[in-house]
Design a protein around this ligand. Structure first.
Ligand SMILES: [Zn+2]
Length: 265
């Protein structure tokens, strides 16, 4: 099977993980900027991280025939200090020129605070200024529904092009909110929290196979770089056709990502 991994944090993974996903058909991989498992001490820490995302990881992926793309931002977990967040954001325009940058992400909310929301809105403005798509992280567990609503309100106020915004980590209760308003939705497959493959397929069967993708979001936590392909096998066990599986794991991400000027296969 061929597939695109639309959300993976490879800076936290080994080179052997690139080899494994190449062996099961991964053709392209997208890496949103996120929290590193610790707070950076200075904006310089983000400068180095953006270099890693735009220089080192594409070269590491290319050794296995995988095209590597990235999204840039300061994640909501580290955006609570708005002065610091703005200092980091001032680095982004220089990196937007790099050939593997797709857009602004993964921005969003973590604890749904006022500062997080202000920095979220400033990222949306940055994306609009540079005419780039947006990838959005929604909070986990009990904060998810409220956070998703706050994000949708902010996007509505900003009058974004909804075809070019994907809202990630949706679950049963947030998928319809996102899809009904004309955005794309992402589902994250995690061994512990978030969606299991069975839940993800239930969501696909309930809300349809359009404007939705699945990702592993593998990072430094307990996560599985092969989650997407394992879920595709589960879809086949449930008698979904090869065409439908290909649509979800390859054609859908390709359709959304093709709106990014730098994306190509
Ligand atoms: Zn992520």
């Amino acid at each position: 099977m061929r597939y695109i991994e639309p959300h993976a944090h490879m800076v936290s993974r080994t080179t052997a993980d690139y080899e494994k996903i190449a062996q099961v058909g991964c053709e392209a991989l997208c890496e949103p900027a996120f929290w590193a498992g610790y707070d950076r001490a200075s904006a310089q820490g983000f400068y180095d991280y953006y270099r890693q995302l735009t220089e080192y990881e594409p070269a590491r992926a290319a050794k296995f025939g995988i095209k590597h793309f990235c999204w840039l931002c300061i994640n909501p977990k580290e955006a609570e200090d708005a002065v610091f967040a703005r200092e980091v954001m001032s680095l982004i325009p220089d990196f937007i020129k790099k050939p593997n940058v797709l857009g602004i992400g993964e921005i969003g909310l973590n604890k749904n605070t006022r500062n997080e929301l202000a920095i979220f809105e400033e990222h949306v403005d940055l994306a609009k200024k540079f005419n780039l798509p947006i990838l959005i992280h929604t909070p986990h567990l009990e904060d998810k529904l409220k956070g998703t609503r706050l994000i949708l309100d902010a996007l509505n106020n900003a009058d974004v092009d909804r075809d070019r915004v994907i809202i990630d980590h949706v679950e049963e209760h947030t998928a319809p909110l996102v899809l009904d308003q004309g955005y794309w939705a992402g589902m994250t497959l995690y061994p512990e929290s978030k969606c299991s493959p069975a839940r993800a397929i239930d969501i696909l069967e309930t809300f349809g196979m359009e404007r939705i993708w699945m990702n592993a979001a593998c990072d430094w936590g307990i996560s599985d770089p092969l989650a997407v392909i394992k879920c595709a096998l589960e879809m086949k066990k449930r008698k979904h056709s090869s065409e439908v599986v290909d649509q979800v794991i390859f054609e859908n991400p390709k359709a959304f990502l093709s709106q990014c000027p730098n994306f190509s296969l």
